[in-house]
Ligand binder design. Sequence first.
Ligand SMILES: Nc1ncnc2c1ncn2[C@@H]1O[C@H](COP(=O)(O)OP(=O)(O)OP(=O)(O)O)[C@@H](O)[C@H]1O
Ligand SMILES: [Mg+2]
Length: 269
Amino acid sequence: MPNNKSVVFSAQNVSKTFGAGKNLKTAVDNVSFDIYDGEIISIVGGSGCGKSVLAKIMLGLYQPSRGTFLYRDHQIKNLKNHWNEVQSVFQDPFSCFNQFFSIRSQLEDSLNILKDKPSKEEVKARVDAGLLAVNVKPSDIEGKYPFELSGGQMQRMLLARIFALRPKVLIADEPTSMVDACVRANILDYLMKLKQELQMTIVFVTHDIGLANYVSDRIFIMHDGKIVNQGTPEEVLDKTQEPHTLKLLDDIPEVHKTEWIKNSHRSKK
Ligand SMILES: Nc1ncnc2c1ncn2[C@@H]1O[C@H](COP(=O)(O)OP(=O)(O)OP(=O)(O)O)[C@@H](O)[C@H]1O
Ligand SMILES: [Mg+2]
């Protein structure tokens, strides 16, 4: 990969286990990789293969049980500092917003995490810009509460929050799971926009190897806690004989298959 770019995350033989004895569960099993500045990396695999646990290690929510995991040359100890630079979008947008506070106030409050706290005017301007970036008129959410919006709209609010916060790194765990195909394509376009306009590094977690092909610079295929295949979309999709990758390719719905391959990121380049 780009040898002139700096390393954002570095994993050396990282494992994460839960429980002990006969209840021991190895969720992440001896993975090693580097992720570089400005890359979009997709982590792809079936349910329970360890994607979210790995994403949580990146967020500092779990410490590895074995191995070394570094964010820009240091172990993740101070979560407040870490979250100043590394932010996430999770599967369920409703769990990220409190139903009893207006959306606007929550978007504005989320900027409190920033070390250099912007002025009141700048907070408002950044939230407005975030909303516009995901094609929502600020007036459309004025005085609205989370329960008044659909799942798809709430997912946009999460992305608006990211545009307003402008973290250096975004961990996006299945951000498209609650939306229909059309909105899903829009959200993927917003992810690309985050990368292009804000030079964000993005780790995108998904079941869907077709989506990964569409957005990624590199893809990591996970199975049973291990990274069983990694490389550029070309390397992973076109040349591989790796059985878990072939299985994931088989699982792409037939109707999407040609569309995803045709519209893929690499064919746009
Ligand atoms: N806190 C925990 N305690 C015990 N086991 C856990 C814990 N978190 C995750 N696991 C187990 O680790 C494995 C990997 O879980 P993970 O949530 O990473 O899967 P995933 O790949 O994200 O799946 P999905 O696609 O369904 O979200 C699963 O077997 C899960 O049950
Ligand atoms: Mg998960």
